[in-house]
Design a binder for this molecule. Structure first.
Ligand code: PXP
Length: 241
């Protein structure tokens, strides 16, 4: 089975928000990503709206043809928005105001009842629910208990590992977690920090992975690959005067 690619376009919105203007529009990026083969579009509607905002999510819901995966905290206002927008998939993530990006997996055990209620609420709206978790036995079992459909394994520690030994240790850890999740009848996804160097190795090691969510490395490559055309077009415009 070839894993699905969910393209996270948060950082297209980050560039827009650097000037609080209207470009680049994440919904335009989503359509290009879909035309290039993206199997889904992933966005994180953060409580502080630092990149993706409510208008983006509403527009994406109307315009994309693939699957909309909404990364979200368990904040009641965000849960309410998710129930109104009805993305195809909701991925519950922990969220701290000061963090640069999602720092770790969701602590399901610490708030099991609350998360179970939210999972059930989302599922009643027909939303497929995934939980972003560490490769931890206890958390995976808790994911099953709260009725999640899937788990997304946090690959950040693997992505940050520098030596061969630590990379292999992280891969073994993720493989063990993927096998356990599958035995619990949970679908297995993975994401965070994946790039053009570390993704193939992860997939070769862990065939259980059905979906990847990748953002920063794809948006970074898009910026660099587009730079040549962008400068040439501006030069043509200036020289034409
Ligand atoms: N999956 C989850 C749950 C995330 O929170 C993020 C970051 O928003 C990603 C995947 C994508 O991570 P990256 O931007 O490092 O590819």
């Amino acid at each position: 089975m070839i894993p699905r690619l969910g393209v996270n376009i948060d950082h297209v919105a980050t560039i827009r928000q650097a000037r609080k203007t209207v470009e680049p529009d994440p919904s335009a990026a989503a359509l290009i990503a879909e035309n290039a083969g993206a199997d889904g579009i992933t966005v994180h509607l953060r409580e502080d709206r630092r990149h993706i905002n409510d208008r983006d999510v509403k527009l994406l819901r109307k315009t994309i043809k693939s699957r909309l995966n909404l990364e979200m905290s368990i904040n009641p206002l965000i849960v309410k928005i998710a129930c109104q927008i009805k993305p195809d998939q909701a991925t519950l993530v922990p969220e701290k105001r000061q963090e640069i990006t999602t720092e770790g997996g969701l602590d399901i055990i610490a708030q099991e009842k609350k998360i179970k209620n939210i999972v059930n609420k989302l599922k009643l709206k027909g939303i497929w629910v995934s939980l972003f978790v560490e490769a931890d036995r206890g958390q995976l079992k808790a994911a099953k208990r709260v009725n999640a459909d899937a788990i997304e394994l946090h690959t950040g520690t693997y992505a940050n590992a520098k030596t061969e030994t630590s990379i292999n240790r992280q891969l073994d850890r993720l493989l063990k977690a993927a096998k356990l999740a599958k035995s619990l009848d949970l679908h297995v996804y993975a994401g965070h920090g994946l790039n053009y160097q570390n993704t193939a190795k992860l997939l070769k090691k862990i065939p259980e992975i059905e979906e990847l969510n990748i953002g920063h490395s794809i948006v970074s490559r898009a910026v660099l690959n587009g730079m040549d055309e962008a400068v040439r077009t501006m030069k043509v415009l200036i020289q034409a005067i």
